[in-house]
Design a protein around this ligand. Structure first.
Ligand SMILES: [Zn+2]
Ligand SMILES: [Zn+2]
Length: 301
């Protein structure tokens, strides 16, 4: 009896009350599905895509800026390491080609064209003990570029994975001797006191993996050949032959052929420089005066 008093049968409730139980009252709009229309969905997706693209591009810009700063610091450390080396070696420069990787790394097992990405080759040159870590040898921006196109090098040995080991190269004009061996007589090696314009003379630069301005053509193509990064000897490009500084930092073109390189000068400052045009170099072979120019000016030391 008590239960019947508290619970009225549904058919006895007022009509309005029956309609609100469990679902909203039916109106003229209730025939429309309670969901996004296709247009609304597309608008939401478009807005999300826009927000994502803004986020991703600003993140990648921030990452590239961080890479640029790390690279700058790497070269600064190269300067500090070399100054310590010079203090211990009567201010005579080390030999560029073998300053970080000695001659013992030139073997048939480690092809010259692939030394820069051969993780089996360990740094053991005279500058190496003055350096803090292997990471200091690598530009972080360079790594992804190298992995993307490094295997396109015509002399690439496909058995050697692309694991960039070094990016920076020393000005070859600071080395007396031929391309492979330093002179036997230390008196003929280049000394710090011979550098007349330390602030204008290239010390170390990050080297490009590709050649630009080849044979005076416009820098519109990536060209990998035997002159691209393969050792730590920076041999200024002339007549379409020789090394060039990096062009990938802060480049606005998609192929990164027109950007900047971090360059360490002998006075220890690091500056971002555009690739030198080959006519900006003055080689001075004949009189061994080691003419060298950077920054679009001929500079002698
Ligand atoms: Zn760099
Ligand atoms: Zn290779």
């Amino acid at each position: 009896m008590k239960r019947i008093e508290h619970k009225q049968p549904a058919q006895n409730r007022p009509a309005a009350l029956r309609q609100t139980a469990g679902r909203p009252p039916k109106t003229a709009d209730s025939t429309r599905p309670n969901a996004f229309t296709l247009i609304e969905l597309l608008v939401v997706i478009a807005i999300l895509a826009l927000l994502m693209s803004i986020l991703v591009s600003s993140l990648s810009k921030a990452r590239r800026q961080a890479y640029f700063v790390i690279c700058n610091a790497n070269l600064y450390n190269y300067g500090l390491a070399t100054y310590m080396y010079l203090d211990d070696n009567q201010q005579v420069f080390p030999f560029a080609l073998t300053c970080v990787y000695s001659r013992s790394t030139f073997t048939s097992d480690h092809p010259a064209a692939c030394r820069w990405h051969d993780a089996q080759v360990q740094p053991d040159g005279p500058l190496w003990p003055y350096m803090a870590a292997k990471d200091v040898n690598r530009c972080p921006e360079f790594a992804s570029i190298a992995r993307r196109i490094g295997a396109d090098h015509p002399y690439h040995d496909s058995r050697i994975p692309i694991e960039p080991q070094f990016t920076y190269s020393m000005n070859g004009y600071l080395s007396a001797g031929d391309a492979i061996s330093p002179l036997n007589n230390p008196e003929q090696m280049v000394k710090m006191s011979q550098v007349k314009r330390p602030a204008g003379t290239l010390f170390f630069a990050e080297e490009n993996i590709w050649i630009t301005h080849q044979n005076n053509t416009p820098p519109d193509e990536i060209s990998l050949n035997s002159e691209a990064l393969n050792d730590m000897y920076f041999y200024p490009r002339q007549y379409g032959y020789g090394d060039g500084i990096a062009t990938f930092h802060k480049a606005s073109d998609p192929k990164r052929l027109t950007g900047l390189s971090n360059v360490l000068f002998i006075d220890g400052h690091v500056n971002a420089e555009k690739a030198f045009d080959e006519t900006d170099w003055n080689r001075g072979y004949s009189n061994k005066s080691y003419n060298l120019c950077v920054n679009h000016e001929h500079r002698k030391y």
